[in-house]
Design a protein around this ligand. Structure first.
Ligand code: 2AM
Ligand code: CA
Length: 274
């Protein structure tokens, strides 16, 4: 079912309130108590802490208290169907490795979507007190001030963020690609949190970001924020962005960067066959 009128301002206010509460809870709890124990998920380096679970519980409880008929999906296991036509996608701590090591950049990412696509997105970065927000068609904001992507028009001068999978074989191919890319761009950055990376493209702090094998909750909020900041979002192989392939860049370099990545990948494939 698709809701007839969507209260986007209300959705954004709720998402912002819960992202701030969950992020501050995790930041303060970590500072006061430390991390007692980290479990692993898809690989030995894919971790989850008590704070990931507590953050998700706080957010899900807050959404369902305010909007009991919405659907809610969260990385740490929430999967609740709804009847309102609004679906929430939550990453309660994006960049958990940063969180584990007490590095900045980890964030709380919350998006609400309808059948038309993502309606609102919020990414809160507690270490820097930054709340990135967007409403579909309404622009992107950082702590209430409008943000725009960069206007760098030359890939050779572009500062590019990327990330690597938790799976060893995937990391091997990602390492080959970035080794070939490094001499052809200004530099690379690996901040370690997909949703924040997308917000940094939105704010012009990097010129582009690409990554593969993400999950839907890594992309939903940050993707809307980047798009609303004037960035072009696509996949590495052309067409719309997908969690398993996303390339966000200012529109001046998007296609050239896509072509460079394709050329590098083709070269790697050729070398492999010889
Ligand atoms: P996480 O911290 O929530 O696990 C790191 O490059 C970024 O990609 C982080 O945002 C991380 O999210 C995400 N990520 C890395 N590998 C992933 C995988 N296999 N599945 C989903 N997300 C992944
Ligand atoms: Ca996570």
């Amino acid at each position: 079912m698709s809701p007839t009128t969507i209260d986007r301002d209300g959705l954004l206010a709720l998402a912002s309130k819960l992202a701030l509460a969950a992020g501050n809870m995790a930041r303060d709890g970590r500072a006061q108590r430390g991390i007692a124990k980290a479990d692993t998920k898809s690989s030995a380096t894919d971790v989850v802490t008590e704070f990931d679970k507590a953050s998700e519980a706080l957010i899900v409880d807050g959404i369902l208290a305010a909007r009991p008929h919405d659907a809610v999906i969260g990385e740490e296991g929430t999967d609740k169907a709804g009847t309102s036509g609004i679906d929430w996608l939550i990453d309660p701590i994006d960049g958990t490795t940063n969180f584990l090591y007490d590095l900045p950049g980890w964030n709380v990412s919350i998006a609400a979507a309808s059948a038309q696509g993502t309606e609102v997105g919020v990414v809160y970065v507690p270490a820097t007190n930054e709340l990135f927000t967007a409403i579909a068609g309404g622009g992107a904001y950082l702590n209430g001030r409008p943000i725009r992507c960069s206007d760098t028009d030359d890939v050779a001068l572009a500062l590019i963020a990327t990330g690597f999978s938790y799976q060893i074989e995937r990391r091997r191919s990602q390492a080959r690609r970035v080794a070939a890319m490094l001499p052809q761009v200004r530099d690379l950055r690996r901040f370690g949190a997909a949703a924040a990376d997308l917000c940094y493209v939105a704010a012009g702090r990097v010129d582009a970001y690409f990554e593969e094998w993400l999950a839907p909750w890594d992309l939903a909020a940050g993707g809307l924020i980047a798009r609303e900041a004037g960035c072009h979002l696509g996949s590495l192989d052309g067409g719309p962005p997908r969690p398993d392939s996303v390339l966000a860049a200012n529109s001046l370099i998007h296609s050239a960067l896509q072509a460079l990545i394709r050329q590098i990948d083709d070269q790697i494939d050729n070398d492999h066959l010889q």
